[in-house]
Design a protein around this ligand. Structure first.
Ligand code: F6P
Length: 375
């Protein structure tokens, strides 16, 4: 299709809105502000070293505590990259003024951000990870921004009470919209407003997102999986079983060979899976008992979960739909498995089923060479 005939993100949103005659236009304006933040982040990412934006963000400690600047860490205890901080600021500045939001929450901020008093308050909440996979920035690998839109409680919108952390703690099923921007060879915005998933490519000449991937569907079957195998000694038995069976390939119980990928940038993995299928696992493991999983529920698992489900895939904790989990805290971590439906369902089944007995299970002391049960 010639480029000029493709609809822009603005046109797409207006056409969607026509299906809801009562809609005020606030939602569309919010998504366009989010898209503006993503475009600004895409420019910063593209300039890399030339823009002086690579490397760690430095916190300048008081002279009594340190003589030199040290890398700052976020609420998760992770070193912040310069671009993490810049991107967070771009999201705040692009979205605080428009009157569509009652508040924002981000991976990079310990507490929610209430809309400053000089701006009008709106009816939505925006939750985001401004730069997912940011450890990849310095090595020029794709990174992205993830966002989730929720409704703010009526009392907050009407100014009867202040916004609280609890207002954000809504299960993923309550999301009004979710999406991500991926800053790769091209910049793309993948968006769901609850009627499928649609992909827009940033036209660098016009600075506009254009609809290039309408109604994206994740193939139900796949022969590709993604997991950080360096954690295998910490995996729970159902995950180990699943990966072992994939690795066994044609000669194993699955009877087919599998391919493996690990980019360490969830947005990039999610994008590959949306485009050609696959399954991603960052499961609950025993690595650090204080962290039930690596990824964050509110601004990673929930938006990616909504996108996957809207594209006909599935998103799970390994035990059940991730979108149904009631969040307990803003920065809660969770085990996450998403992608092609039949593989995610298989992994859930493995969590339900008793483990199949393997030869090694019989090699316990009772069955060992000199045991009573051997002659
Ligand atoms: O924010 C989390 C993240 O960067 C994801 O994008 C990615 O999937 C994961 O961490 C990578 O984790 P690891 O460093 O354990 O491979």
């Amino acid at each position: 299709m010639p480029l000029s005939q493709r609809s822009t993100l603005t046109q797409f949103l207006i056409e969607e809105r026509r299906r809801y005659p009562g809609a005020s236009g606030d939602f569309n304006a919010l998504i366009l502000d989010v898209a503006l933040a993503c475009k600004a982040i895409a420019r910063s990412v593209a300039f890399g070293e030339l823009g002086g934006v690579t490397g760690n963000h430095l916190a300048h400690l008081p002279a009594t505590q340190a003589t030199a600047a040290v890398a700052s860490v976020n609420v998760q205890g992770e070193v912040q990259k310069k671009l993490d901080v810049i991107s967070n600021d771009m999201f705040l500045r692009a979205n605080e003024w428009g009157g569509h939001l009652a508040g924002m929450a981000s991976e990079e901020m310990a507490e929610p951000y209430a809309i400053p008093a000089n701006f009008p308050r709106g009816k939505y909440l925006l939750v985001f990870d401004p730069l997912d996979g940011s450890s990849n920035i310095d090595v020029n690998v794709s990174v992205g921004s993830i966002f989730s839109v929720l409704r703010a409680p009526a009392e907050v919108v009407q100014g009867q009470r202040k916004l609280t952390v609890e207002d954000f703690l809504q299960p993923g099923t309550e999301q009004v919209a979710a999406g991500y921007a991926i800053y790769g060879p091209t910049t793309m915005l993948m968006l769901t407003v609850g009627s499928g998933v649609h992909g827009f490519t940033l036209d660098p000449n016009l600075g506009e997102f254009k609809l290039t991937h309408p109604d994206v569907m994740v193939p139900a079957d796949t022969q590709e999986f993604a997991i950080n195998a360096s954690n295998s000694r910490f995996w729970e038995p159902p995950v180990k079983r699943y990966v072992d069976e994939c690795l066994a390939g044609k000669t194993g119980p699955r009877g087919q060979d599998f391919n493996m990928r690990w980019i360490a940038s969830m947005v990039a993995e999610a994008h590959r899976i949306l485009m050609r299928g696959g399954v991603f696992l960052y499961p609950r493991d025993t690595k650090d008992p204080s962290k039930p999983g690596r990824l964050r529920l509110m601004y990673e698992a929930n938006p990616i979960g909504m996108i996957m489900e809207q594209a006909g895939g599935r998103a799970s904790t390994g035990r059940g739909p991730v979108l149904q989990v009631q969040p307990q805290s803003l920065h809660q971590r969770i085990g996450l498995v998403f992608g092609s439906k039949s593989e995610v369902e298989r992994i859930e089944r493995y969590h339900d089923e008793p483990l199949p007995l393997k030869k090694a299970d019989f090699e316990t002391p009772l069955f060992a060479e000199r045991s009573l049960f051997r002659d």
